[in-house]
Design a binder for this molecule. Structure first.
Ligand SMILES: [Zn+2]
Length: 192
């Protein structure tokens, strides 16, 4: 009987102790596994990478991918959420926006390379980054290749173009103006 009383009296403390031990153990195991991973990687990088590939493949089979449209939907929602969180002006982006944008710019808005519009190669980039007060809206979104988007990151867009050596005025003139108008009106277009 005394035992039960002891437990009751010290429940909080005991619980805390248990949690602490559990966490310690978990951290120890995680650290050991990490050390082992690093060891294996350093011993035989090629085998390590091969093993990783196999694991990845197995995972993919076990967890079939969402369809590209599905993934695009997630991406879109995530971007909008992020934009809202930052307090940016947010306007609806129609589903066909990327195709329209690629048509208007004839490819990546920065380097001009061709884009196939797939999530693997193509991003919609906030021309003025959200972190610089840019809007999450059709008029501030341009198609960009992954490379340019990564390199541009949150930089000033004009500075970036300057560093790229892109003559933006000339490039601007070669834009397909009718397609660009569609872009600017894209939100009402979607409603209609
Ligand atoms: Zn590019």
């Amino acid at each position: 009987m005394w035992r039960r009383e002891y437990w009751r009296a010290n429940a909080e403390h005991l619980q805390r102790e248990r949690r602490r031990r559990y966490k310690e153990q978990r951290d120890r195991i995680a650290a050991r596994e990490k050390a082992s991973r690093i060891r294996r990687r350093d011993q035989d990088p090629e085998a390590f990478r091969a093993q990783r590939r196999v694991k990845k493949k197995r995972y993919k089979i076990a967890h079939p991918e969402p369809t590209p449209a599905c993934r695009e939907m997630f991406r879109r929602a995530k971007r909008a959420r992020r934009a809202r969180k930052r307090g940016a002006i947010t306007k609806p982006i129609p589903p066909n926006f990327l195709a329209l944008a690629i048509a208007a710019f004839g490819g990546c808005a920065y380097c001009g390379c061709a884009l196939d519009g797939s999530g693997k190669t193509t991003d919609l980039d906030h021309f003025v980054p959200l972190s610089r007060g840019g809007a999450h809206a059709p008029y501030n979104l341009v198609p960009a290749c992954k490379r340019c988007n990564t390199r541009k990151s949150a930089r000033d867009p004009f500075e970036f173009l300057h560093d790229l050596g892109t003559d933006f005025t000339r490039y601007n003139r070669s834009l397909d103006k009718s397609a660009l108008l569609c872009l600017i009106d894209a939100a009402p277009l979607e409603a209609g």
